[in-house]
Design a protein around this ligand. Sequence first.
Ligand code: SF4
Length: 253
Amino acid sequence: MPVPATQSAEANLIEIFSSIQGEGILVGCRQLFVRFADCNLDCRYCDTDFQAKYSCRIEDPPGSGQLRSIPNPIAGETVVELVRNWLAQAPGAYHSLSLTGGEPLLQAETLRHWLPELRELLPIYLETNGTLPRQLETLLPYLDWVSMDIKLNSQTELITDWDLHRRFLQLASRTACYVKMVVGENTPEHELQLGAELVADISAKIPLILQPVTCAGRIALSSRRLLAMQQLVAAIHANVRVVPQTHRFMDLL
Ligand code: SF4
């Protein structure tokens, strides 16, 4: 059965939940996560459930791990009301609102309607695969942080579009952005070099995170290999950190 059609100010969501950011430069910050359906890529390692469904899961109460369902598509007013309610229940707890997916920029049209009001409640953090620069540009006035991936062929088995990532990062660098590259045992030196050069060309201030791929809850490459990768990247772009997916170890959503 087809999922419901959406109006311009509605979106098919997968889930809304309260958790701790487990990746990147905001690791450890409490965020309110809004996960959008659909993605424009098909990465080999993807384990995210992003297929649009008839309903969206809402964590209720927030942080409990208990989920209830509401029908898709979801209107912006519903999300704003929920965010207001969660903020009132936990004053000061939330650092920001994370737009995640799937690929949230596929819903750029809807987000243009939603973000002005949501941003009055919390700063906005976008998690993106870094391949939709035109859509990003339309949302820049409403974004505080951008977490952007560079998708390496060795991990995704997709062709890496370096020019597209470059154009994306040039735009994202107008926000407090950082770049994440998922790396594995088989990541070749030339991919690390190209990624480091791309980020260094745009700004020495942009953090580049090497995120070791996780398999069955474990980091799937040796610490020796990670140290060697960090060393190689640092010779080109000194602002490099190794950060695994920490939420996996904390049993968080
Ligand atoms: S971009 Fe993210 S959500 Fe989309 S397929 Fe790749 S890992 Fe999955």
